[in-house]
Design a protein around this ligand. Structure first.
Ligand SMILES: *[C@@H]1O[C@H](CO)[C@@H](O)[C@H](O)[C@H]1NC(C)=O
Length: 169
């Protein structure tokens, strides 16, 4: 009899544990962070596909296959307004290239929000510290066509830990 009670207790503990895990997963699914509009002219955050310079997806080949694309490219026309995708803290400026290389587009921001740390490249910032509310102007898309004529102009989104940002879009 005692064994049956013990077994029943064990089963209910396992079930509670399982339920807790499932509820966590369901909540996690519902709480998946999603980026709001990044570039005013691209309200649905369309990704850059492939063009003559390369593809916009995370992991795409770069430099003839010697390195990989560590971000996701979001289509944005040169001069367009870049918006805060959610409430953010501005950690500071970010530069896509080493000093002196391609100065026309060598600017960006390091941001935090929704538990994520990420960088936006090819953006001229309005400011490089403080905070911004979702939908406020973070900056302006730099003149990418001047540097890469014919490319699909884009904002490059890169997580600070270089993980894949695709699930957030
Ligand atoms: C971006 O800002 C965060 C928070 O200040 C910092 O930890 C991180 O090192 C910065 N830069 C990069 C490249 O991740």
């Amino acid at each position: 009899m005692k064994e049956i009670f013990l077994l029943a207790a064990l089963v209910s503990v396992l079930r509670a544990d399982e339920i807790t895990r499932l509820v966590g997963e369901i909540n996690g699914f519902h709480e998946q962070v999603k980026f709001g509009t990044l570039c005013k002219g691209n309200p649905t955050n369309k990704h850059r596909k492939c063009d003559s310079f390369g593809c916009g997806n995370y992991g795409a080949r770069r430099a003839g296959g010697t390195r990989k694309h560590m971000g996701l490219d979001i289509v944005c026309t040169d001069g367009d307004t870049v918006l805060a995708p959610f409430d953010v803290k501005i950690n500071g400026p970010a530069s896509p290239y080493k000093k002196g290389v391609k100065p026309a587009i060598n600017n960006g921001l390091n941001l935090s929000g929704q538990g994520l740390c990420f960088k936006l490249f090819y953006v001229k910032p309005v400011k490089t510290s403080g905070t911004m509310k979702k939908g406020e102007k973070l900056g302006t898309m730099l003149p990418m066509q001047k540097v890469y004529t014919g490319i699909t102009s884009h904002v490059h989104v890169q997580m600070c830990d270089k993980s894949d940002p695709t699930k957030y879009f």
